[in-house]
Design a protein around this ligand. Structure first.
Ligand code: ADP
Length: 332
């Protein structure tokens, strides 16, 4: 993170802390004031009851013609009224305070994630452009052997593909969110789609082992581009978040009308509550290892949306002995 970004973040955290302090002080003040007024009213009630009793006992005729038992009843009635109203008020205040607190906290988290996303996107865009520029300049300025040239071109192509994936993710995410994406519903040979994805990743990552176990001729109804994007995101993650030497497994099977795709890796895996949260927009698991990997936190959010649009579901489970399985269930 650049120095001025750090300063901005620190400033924002400080500002937010001040807002939270004001919020808690105000809340505490309201509760203390409420308790204070309850005590005051209670005392006043006691004084009035004692005064009336005294009047009755000393034989002074009261205007309302109260007896001692009327005074006791009125005293108790008032106490119940104060307690009832006080507790209702307190519950409303606490309920409202918790509600507002949660909204503000969620907003803050979202804005922080959005900020991280913007930084990640800027970084994701800059890196492939810089690499591509450097590679092409090297080819242009230096006399390179055919092998050297081809290595640079493969590398440039990889970066261009990454840029393409990122743009597709952002475009489709914004279109799906805005309701502007018209999903095509056609018969898709899912087996071939998955094989093609694996083939493309094989070219992009020649050192990575991708073990495919894909049943033949499985057909689903859906949108080819969307499903391709979803599978690409999952295979890309399996490669990105697992050690280079460990294999990635991709399988496709059908049992009656259930079509299941499983993409597994042998990486660090995903712990407890992160299993749910990784599907949130912009969410990235916050340890050093994963933050070092490039990404925007958009891929799984979009993948889940796409699978849901195909009336399917996606979950993540632990791979044994280590890593993750992303399991997609589709019906057809
Ligand atoms: P990105 O990869 O761009 O950060 P994703 O939405 O694809 O965004 O993933 C969200 C987060 O989930 C990632 O940042 C990473 O922390 C975690 N994650 C996704 N796939 C895996 C995986 N196969 N193994 C471990 N962690 C993963």
């Amino acid at each position: 993170m650049a120095a001025n970004e750090k300063i901005k973040t620190l400033f924002r955290i400080k500002k937010l802390r001040t807002v939270f302090i004001i919020y808690w002080v105000l809340l505490a003040y309201i509760i203390v004031a409420l308790v204070f007024w309850f005590i005051e009213l209670y005392r006043q009630n006691e004084t009035i009851a004692a005064f009336r009793l005294e009047q009755i006992q000393s034989g002074i005729p009261s205007n309302a013609g109260y007896t001692a038992s009327d005074v006791a009843k009125a005293r108790e009635g008032h106490i119940h009224q104060y307690i009832g109203e006080g507790v209702t008020f307190l519950l409303f205040i606490i309920g409202g305070a918790v509600f507002i607190f949660r909204i503000v906290r969620r907003q803050f988290k979202q804005s922080q994630q959005q900020q991280n996303f913007m930084m990640a996107v800027a970084h994701e865009l800059k890196t492939p452009i810089a690499v591509t520029k450097l590679n092409l300049e090297t080819i242009q300025k230096h006399k390179l052997s055919e092998e050297q040239q081809s290595r640079l071109l493969v590398n440039t192509l990889q970066e261009a593909n990454r840029l393409n994936d990122l743009c597709n993710n952002m475009l489709v995410a914004s279109q799906i969110e805005g309701g502007g994406y018209n999903m095509i519903n056609e018969q898709i040979e899912l087996s071939q789609l998955i094989k093609d994805c694996i083939h493309d990743f094989g070219i992009r990552f020649p050192k990575k082992t991708i073990i495919a176990n894909v049943a033949e001729h499985i057909i689903v109804n859906g949108d080819y581009l969307l499903l391709q994007l979803a599978i690409n995101n999952l295979v890309d993650n399996a490669i990105k978040y697992a050690d280079g030497k460990t294999p990635v497994h991709v399988s496709l099977h059908r049992a009656d009308n259930l079509i299941q795709i499983v993409i597994s890796d042998e990486g660090k895996g995903i712990t407890g509550e992160d299993k749910e949260r990784i599907f949130d927009k912009f969410y990235r698991v916050g340890n050093r290892h994963t933050k070092e990997a490039k990404g925007t936190g958009l891929g799984l959010y979009l993948t889940k949306k796409i699978i849901e649009q195909h009336k399917g579901s996606i979950i993540v489970t632990d791979n044994k002995p280590q890593g993750s399985n992303f399991v997609i269930d589709l019906y057809g």
